[in-house]
Design a binder for this molecule. Structure first.
Ligand code: URA
Length: 263
């Protein structure tokens, strides 16, 4: 086990175990623990493979949209959103739901929009899908409450107020919130971005494919001139409805772990 796994709190370990059991791991098959997250030991490549070209680098996508550059800190962005009246969603929402987690984190997770529980608590991903997300993260040594940036995550959404009845946000609503999201990325400076579901994945990559096509494939997002590896994955709310798809999400979590370990 590497350091990140050993540093888990008992709560994180219990959450990770629960996620693994939801994934279908229902028995112990060895006496000694095996770290399946570790990169496989390098084997000498056969001559033919040594001559093969390197795998294609992740395609670069320039994240479209203006940045709200006038704000110099995440606190300023949150304060500006609190007094921003142009987005009609604010009129029907109970609270502003900007971000949660550690602003120093290497990983930024971006969801779609707050739901009912998030609207009540004013924080992203605190309902059932957030609880599943926390278990998925714990399984790869990440947590929104971690103090160290290596194991921490920062969580936000494309939209900062709950759309009535949890409907999909309109293009106009998304456009209004986008400058704040882009500024958040500029200031938080994540090493890696994970998009949860189609809305953030499509918005940030400019692609129109469905999430089942986009997921699991790294792209390099160019945000205001800075290149950031970005991984689209399945939204935890979708996984709650389609538990069989958790195996795909698990692959994405392992891919995230490997990317973090390699950089
Ligand atoms: N779904 C999201 O996309 N974001 C949240 O904050 C909660 C649920």
């Amino acid at each position: 086990m590497d350091r990140k796994q050993n540093d888990m709190t008992p709560h994180d370990a219990a959450e990770a175990l629960r996620w693994l059991s939801e994934m279908g791991a229902d028995e112990i098959i060895g006496e000694a623990p095996v770290n399946r997250l570790a990169a496989p030991a390098a084997k000498p490549a056969p001559a033919a493979a040594r001559a093969a070209p390197a795998p294609a680098a992740a395609p670069v996508v320039v994240v479209p949209g203006q940045s709200a550059v006038q704000f110099g800190s995440l606190q300023e962005i949150e304060a500006a959103l609190a007094s921003f009246d142009a987005c009609p969603l604010k009129k029907t929402a109970t609270s502003l739901c900007y971000a949660d987690g550690n602003p120093e984190a290497r990983v930024m997770l971006i969801g779609e929009a707050p739901g009912r529980d998030e609207d009540i608590q004013g924080k992203p991903f605190v309902g059932r899908s957030g609880q599943l997300l926390d278990r998925m993260l714990a399984a790869v040594g990440l947590s929104r409450t971690a103090q160290d940036r290596e194991s921490a995550v920062f969580i936000t959404n494309v939209i900062f107020w709950r759309p009535p009845g949890n409907r999909t946000p309109t293009d106009a609503e998304t456009q209004m919130c986008l400058p704040f999201l882009i500024r958040t990325i500029e200031l938080q400076k994540p090493d890696v971005i994970v998009c949860l579901g189609a809305t953030p994945a499509q918005r940030l990559t400019g692609r129109t494919d469905g999430i089942l096509k986009l997921r699991g494939k790294w792209v390099t997002a160019n945000v205001s001139g800075r290149n950031i590896p970005l991984l689209p994955t399945l939204h935890p709310a979708y996984l709650l409805r389609q538990p069989a798809q958790k195996r795909l999400a698990w692959r994405d979590m392992l891919s995230l772990r490997q990317m973090l370990d390699a950089h």
